[in-house]
Design a binder for this molecule. Structure first.
Ligand code: IPE
Ligand code: IPE
Ligand code: MG
Length: 244
């Protein structure tokens, strides 16, 4: 095993979250339409999901597929992305069921096409009993929006007298997020060269290790995923404490 590969004797991340960026630029580099980049990106996601579940035995994987801000893109790209997402979830469902993958979706689904909403509901229900990899797909997701949604829910409970605002703490707040039972990510990987978070999991990433790579998402191989994990394994996570 080369030194760039992950080590079995070092702790693996429990939850990896990925900002799958660079599909459009990958397509441009190959003189293809942007949607071809999204198709290539979906293939890559497929491969990494399989690897994370079957080989790494990773408990949690979260993939940023569409941000709340991505609605600012041309309608033609959005429509094609919606079709691709529907097709992806439909095509992969049997494999998720067979491989014990549990699907979750985080984000505001209410404005998605109704057919996509049905596909998502069906896939979530069909995999709800699975106990392997928990795959969360962030779709029309924004971290600020998630926090505001939680505040609204908490406010309603305060008004109803079911929450004492003086006792509101991190644990209570967390329980109002989209996926309260998913632990915070240990490692966030962003492909595509940008070194920013773009409104992804901003509450949850408080102590995540960040890994940025210039590789465009469609070129992000299993080998590079292992390099990111190997890099993670060299980090000294202090969580505010000292070494002692
Ligand atoms: C990420 O790739 C996928 C989505 C945001 C849907 P981009 O489409 O942002 O690709 P670039 O950043 O333009 O290359
Ligand atoms: C982040 O990528 C969202 C996803 C990967 C789904 P963007 O391409 O939307 O981010 P910005 O616009 O470069 O910040
Ligand atoms: Mg981008």
């Amino acid at each position: 095993m080369s030194s760039s590969e992950w080590r079995n004797d070092q702790p693996l991340p429990y939850h990896v979250a990925m900002i799958m960026d660079g599909n459009g630029r990958w397509a441009q580099m190959h003189k293809l339409p942007r949607i071809a980049g999204h198709h290539a990106g979906a293939k890559r996601a497929e491969e990494l999901i399989r690897f994370a579940g079957d080989t790494l035995n990773l408990p949690y994987l979260t993939l940023f597929a569409l941000s709340a801000e991505n609605w600012h893109r041309p309608k033609s790209e959005i429509n094609l992305l919606m079709q691709l997402l529907d097709q992806f979830i439909t095509d992969k469902l049997n494999e998720f069921v067979a491989n014990n993958v549990r699907l979750l979706v985080i984000g505001d689904l209410s404005v998605l096409p109704v057919s996509l909403q049905r596909t998502i509901e069906h896939a979530i229900a069909s995999t709800a009993g699975n106990s392997g990899l928990v795959l969360s797909v962030a779709l029309n997701y924004g971290g600020r929006q998630e926090i505001i949604r939680a505040c609204r829910k908490i406010n309603a409970e305060i008004t109803a007298g079911t929450i004492d605002p003086e006792r509101l703490d991190i644990t209570t707040f967390r329980s109002y997020l989209y996926a309260p039972h998913v632990p915070d990510p240990d490692l966030i990987i962003r492909t595509g060269g940008e070194q920013r978070i773009s409104n992804f999991l901003i509450w949850q990433l408080a102590y995540a290790e960040l890994y940025f790579t210039k590789t465009m998402w469609p070129d992000f191989t299993v080998k590079e995923f292992l390099q990111a994990i190997s890099d993670f394994q060299t980090r000294d996570r202090r969580f505010g404490a000292t070494e002692e």
